[in-house]
Ligand binder design. Structure first.
Ligand SMILES: N[C@@H](CCC(=O)N[C@@H](CS)C(=O)NCC(=O)O)C(=O)O
Length: 211
């Protein structure tokens, strides 16, 4: 049996990778870490991922796989039937690729830089507050674009075709600006998150991480 070890933290993006693993029915072991600078698990996390970020996956042969999109692609290769990523001949493949990469390359960093802004500004709390506010605002604009790119009728981002993008929103919708903002401002993304949570395995993970 293939061995996959996931390093994750409560409420973090590693929960999205857990959702990918359960969707793909791939067994894994879980190691809880804390990304905080003073955490006792910090050294362990840095040993695996010099960025100090989760998700981080350790494969059977010791290869480290970080970056949730890279992990999604790897898991899709392992379990293509789970259809995390639409196949190369899928009519919406290009649309999927664009917004999947946008999610991790443009949207996700708004939390990375806004979550602990003083870190990037030599502890300058005032500048940190401004960075947090600016990244929070920019995220809302980007979420609006993603919402407009989502299929009007749903239930998934790609309409009738489920993909890993749907799993991202099942969890990301709990991060700033939060669920009520989603419901009021990006209803397609909110509906996708709700739909994904109907799967009891995903619902259980949401409860464990976001409840
Ligand atoms: N590009 C990464 C982003 C991962 C990321 O930002 N994870 C957050 C938790 S949700 C983290 O570890 N933050 C701590 C830090 O950046 O120091 C991915 O897609 O996996």
């Amino acid at each position: 049996m293939l061995k996959i070890r996931l390093l994750g933290a409560q409420g973090c993006g590693s929960a999205i990778v857990e959702a990918m693993l359960v969707t793909a029915k791939i067994p894994y072991t879980y190691e809880q870490v804390d990304c905080g600078a003073d955490s006792p698990t910090r050294a362990r996390l840095l040993e695996v991922n010099p960025l100090g970020q989760v998700p981080a996956v350790i494969l059977q042969d010791g290869t480290v796989l970080t970056e949730s999109a890279a992990i999604a692609m790897y898991l899709n290769d392992l379990a293509p039937d789970a259809k995390l990523i639409p196949p190369t001949d899928h009519p919406q493949r290009a649309h999927f690729l664009r917004w999947f990469v946008f999610l991790v390359a443009a949207l996700y960093p708004t939390w990375t830089y806004g979550d602990d802004p003083a870190k990037w500004l030599a502890g300058d709390a005032k500048a940190g507050k401004a960075l947090r506010a600016a990244t929070d605002e920019h995220r809302k604009i980007m979420l609006g674009w993603i919402n407009a790119a989502a299929d009007e009728k749903g239930p998934w981002f790609l309409g009738k075709t489920f993909s890993v993008i749907d799993l991202y929103f099942a969890f990301m919708s709990y991060w700033r600006p939060g669920r009520s903002w989603y419901e009021a401002n990006v209803p397609r993304l909110f509906a996708i998150a709700e739909k994904a949570a109907e799967n009891p395995k995903i619902g259980k993970l949401i409860e464990a991480h976001m409840g």
